[in-house]
Design a protein around this ligand. Structure first.
Ligand code: 6GU
Length: 221
């Protein structure tokens, strides 16, 4: 999978070069490209924003630099995503769907938003990562990319994908590693028993308890 990220702040994406996504890139499973929108501005000062017509707070990202940046990477099969607080709410199903594309392009908005004509011309999928507002689309893009990458074959093991929260519709059970005792706190005996059937039962029970307490809505969906 190839992912192009259009942004005014390419330096904010170093997270994608660590840990699992670093390995995925080294193994040529995922290729991530950062495109600095500013390089496409035809303004003599490389300006990429301007005042909103009709007035209002803040600045908007202008259409021309984004248009040219997008055109420089768009192919016939590209899926364009615009992370935005006004998008549909992100979840694991959307992540799974995005993981099936060969080419994704993310447009990172900043300031008070972007010129509507970017949306009218390219018809991107608008995705919000939750009901709160971020200062820009960079963090949201990273959240979406991190999450969809886990569904790309070869990025993590099949077992990890199946065991974790939301694949089962429930929250994950508590986990422990060595030591078996720390500051008087003992790992539950069943996990040390070697009885896989009992361990599976305990995990299922804990998973249900936790979901009931914290996310009862998951049972109603
Ligand atoms: Cl995708 N972008 C911004 N700027 N704020 C958000 C968001 C996205 N999702 C929730 N809040």
């Amino acid at each position: 999978m190839k992912i192009d990220i259009l942004t005014l702040f390419p330096e904010s994406f170093s997270y994608l070069n660590s840990s699992i996504l670093k390995r995925a890139q080294e193994n040529n499973i995922i290729e991530i490209n950062l495109i600095d929108i500013r390089n496409f501005s035809k303004d003599k000062h490389k300006k990429c924003d301007d005042y909103p017509f009709g007035g209002g707070a803040g600045m908007l990202m202008s259409v021309q630099p984004i248009y040219d940046a997008l055109k420089s990477v768009q192919k016939e099969n590209s899926k364009i995503i615009f992370p935005s607080p006004s998008g549909e709410k992100f979840n694991a199903n959307i992540a799974k769907n995005l993981s099936t594309y060969d080419h994704l392009i993310f447009i990172c908005g900043h300031y008070e938003g972007i010129d509507q004509r970017v949306i009218d011309i390219f018809n991107p999928q608008e995705i919000s990562i939750g009901d709160y507002v971020l200062t820009g689309g960079e963090l949201a893009s990273m959240v979406i990319i991190d999450s969809l990458s886990r569904f790309v074959t070869g990025v993590i093991s099949k077992e990890s994908l199946e065991e974790e929260s939301f694949s089962s519709g429930k929250l994950e059970y508590p986990q422990y590693t060595r030591p078996a005792q720390f500051m008087g706190l003992k790992v539950p005996d069943v996990l040390l028993s070697g009885n896989h059937e009992e361990i599976a039962k305990w995990r299922e029970k804990k998973s249900i308890e936790k979901t009931k307490n914290i996310r009862p809505d998951l049972f109603n969906n």
